[in-house]
Design a binder for this molecule. Structure first.
Ligand SMILES: [Zn+2]
Length: 403
């Protein structure tokens, strides 16, 4: 602290605080007799972080002094910015060329620091890395949720979508990718978290790249990859890591957003869609009949296949009226049948909900798993499920229904 120029009086205050520490332990809610601390301040003391910051400042200045040493050679990717070290909280990264002289110089700094502060690097917690950091591989690991966690999240989502349950089922594991295809190609357009995660990282980093030139790693990318070129039209550096390439490729979306003053998440969405790839567009043809365009009215009411299902179910429930083919008429009749507290109305509500669910499920199975059922089999399935789920009172009535 003397070398850093702190006033003597201040030093005395600090020393008094350090040397006259007493601790007291609370036993059964009562503070016990205080006792002196043999080794001064402990880690949890409010003063510790400040003293640590002062100590690291000393080491940092000492490492910066290496720049003046002719014998010290920078790590090849740190020379342009004169980087000898980076510190984050109590982690320290040291950089040098891998020759004996430069490494020895670094060691001298650490020894000097030890002599001045009594703080020594813990070899068991230190690692040395040689070479292999030419392509910024490190950055590509930042910001990404571990793939195992993503898989679990997706498995839960898949189970919920397919089976409506909160536990992971086998089916969800295979079908998730298919659920993430956009509407334009016939998919349900759920978010592919893995890709979204990558898009978010790339978009955020591109934003930083274009707007925050004061950050050290931004300066670093500028110095080694961008080299004074315009990010908006420079060629993509092929030797760069995946993330650096994606960050630069994100420029089109980012530029558009910049002009339109939109929020960041639109940028991520655009990047996400670009990463999802150009899937061939398909006509939204009804997968149940392959004759008409697919839309809500068609799938649930107008389609020949659906009409067959409803007709069989209505007959089974002993309701003879024809199923309506216009949306309004359909709703009026359905509401009329569902109204009231009678068993018949209760059964109708259950069958109606189950039928809508099963028709939608049949549509998805045809598109994504190339499986199909005849209308009659689907109606029979719905009837079976309702039989199992019915209350005791309703079940008696259901069992009288004939298929
Ligand atoms: Zn159809």
């Amino acid at each position: 602290m003397i070398e850093l120029g702190f006033p003597i009086k201040f030093l005395q205050w600090v020393l008094t605080c350090m040397k006259t520490v007493f601790y007291s332990i609370i036993i059964n809610g009562e503070p016990a007799e205080p006792f002196p601390a043999a080794k001064g301040l402990r880690q949890g003391d409010p003063m510790s972080p400040f003293l640590f910051a002062i100590a690291m400042e000393y080491l940092s200045r000492s490492l910066n002094g290496l720049r003046k040493e002719k014998e010290f050679k920078y790590h090849p990717r740190c020379a342009k910015h004169g980087i000898t070290h980076l510190s984050f909280a109590d982690d320290l990264l040291l950089f040098a060329r891998g020759d004996m002289t430069s490494i020895t110089q670094l060691q001298h700094c650490l020894n000097h620091f030890y002599a001045a502060s009594s703080l020594k690097a813990n070899h068991e917690k230190s690692s040395i890395f040689f070479g292999g950091v030419t392509q910024l591989a490190y950055w590509s690991q930042l910001f990404l949720i571990p793939s195992k966690v993503l898989k679990t999240i997706e498995a839960y989502c898949g189970s919920y979508v397919w089976s409506g349950v909160n536990t992971i089922t086998r089916r969800s594991l295979v079908a998730w990718d298919k659920l993430c295809t956009p509407k334009s190609v016939g998919g349900p357009n759920l978010i592919n978290l893995k890709l979204w995660n990558k898009a978010a990282a790339a978009a955020k980093n591109y934003w930083d790249l274009a707007n925050k030139e004061d950050k050290m790693w931004i300066k670093w990318i500028h110095a080694y990859y961008i080299k004074g070129q315009q990010i908006s039209n420079m060629p993509i550096p092929q030797q760069a890591s995946w993330l650096v390439r994606k960050m630069i490729e994100a420029r089109r979306s980012v530029t558009t957003i910049h002009i339109q003053q939109k929020q960041n998440n639109s940028m991520i969405r655009q990047l996400y869609l670009a990463m999802l790839g150009q899937l061939p567009k398909v006509d939204r043809e009804c997968s149940l009949c392959q004759k008409h365009d697919e839309n809500r009215n068609h799938i649930f009411i107008e389609c020949e296949y659906t009409k067959n299902v409803w007709t069989k179910l209505l007959k089974w429930m002993q309701r003879q009226q024809l199923w309506a083919t216009s949306w309004d008429q359909h709703w009026q009749r359905a509401a009329k049948n569902a109204r009231g507290k009678s068993s018949k109305a209760g059964i109708f509500r259950m069958v109606y909900a189950e039928a809508i669910h099963e028709i939608w499920n049949e549509r998805n199975l045809r598109i994504f798993e190339k499986q199909s059922k005849k209308a009659e089999d689907l109606a029979r399935n719905i009837a079976c499920i309702c039989n199992v789920r019915a209350t005791n009172q309703n079940r008696q009535l259901i069992q009288n229904f004939q298929f």
